[in-house]
Design a protein around this ligand. Sequence first.
Ligand code: MEV
Length: 464
Amino acid sequence: MSPQSSESNVDVTQRGALNTRVASSRVAGFYKWSREERAEWLKRSFDLTDEELIGLGALIDERVEPSSAAHYLNFERADKMVENCIGTLSLPVGLGLNFIVNGRDYVIPMAVEEPSVIAAVSHVARIVRETGGFSASSDKGVMIAQIQVVGCDHLERAAEAVRAATEDLCALADNIHPNLKRRGGGARGVEARVINDPHPMLIVHLLIDCVDAMGANAVNTIAEGLAPTIESLTGGKVYLRILSNLSDRRLARAQFKVPESLLVLRAGDAIQMEGSRVAEGIVYAYQFADVDPYRAATHNKGIMNGVDAVVIATGNDWRSVEAGAHAYAARDGQYRSLTRFWREDGYLHGAIEIPMAVATVGGSTQVHPTIKVLRKILNIESAQELAQVCAAVGLAQNLGALKALATEGIQRGHMSLHARSVALSVGAEGDEVDQVAAALIEQNQVKHDLALGILEQLRRHLAK
Ligand code: MEV
């Protein structure tokens, strides 16, 4: 459609809503509109400028050579990934440095908007590196397909019938998705669980090794394909057929040990806190999180600061990893820490175990051009290896947070990065950013109004 026809399209569908501050959210056929039509609608409905639309990716910047944007997620690609697309949203990508995992060096791309996350993991990885780095392991890529059956006359007998048909069900599953088997994966087993309350139902689990794929599509296809057979085996009615995000057959583990002396806190040459006291504080912090869900939520959020940043940078489904992590943290009925810390023979030890349904093939891992580049930097060969790296980063992030929390607190470390963000948010540019940030830190107050005042003063001073 030409921009000309876009005009008429917009007018017809949005008569009365355009040129007002609040556009109606009922936009018939939005998904059929061209990029230009969507941009035009956004412009008129929300009073957006061309610059703003270019920033969003809704409009093409004529001044930029299209070829120079080859590595970005451009509108055409994004439009094929989601519905009603109007543009893209960038995130900063930084490198987690100093990491050694299982004896191998990794430079780890991390996509995250929060200051300090990348600095914290790199700082910790630098310490852990002194004793050889993290050791890590991970399970094969086994996901769980869940099939919910209700209305069975005898639940235990239905469960037995399903278990007895394991071989046939696995063969059928491999038939439904032969690709997985070809890649070395496929059905690995069947489980049947009886639930009585609040309604009697049988839950069938099919365990499927998805190898290097996350496997959501394959697992869902298999679950749907098996449903008729499950109904005839059990005499019940199948309702839900979907993967479980509690991927507890796909766990990743990482651990480290460092001499407590390396944890010493210094201020210049002076020792502020001995390493043994720092280690003690870290273990107390872990114990706090392990028994108190209020603290555990924050503790685990910190872990996910690191994990998600790698999961996002590698094009993986971070909502799935988040859901799995938090469900796993509550597996014994109480929500707890995903990590453990303990002291032994002058060393601080730390370990993490976390479900990690990440992939190196399929989904957006192959669609997003930037992610392809980041994957080249990370240079991992399999989903299991990626899972190990993610676990190590999560553990590093947690140690970094606990070390700061148990000693000087996190605000000091955050302050300079936070000050820079505040400076940027009030419009500081170029050298002004550092100058405003430095003035905020000097006054020990990182506040928006203050930053604005400093920036105005700076500009007045320069204008003289
Ligand atoms: C902030 O994003 C994360 C922390 O709150 C984590 C923690 O408290 O352990 C610092």
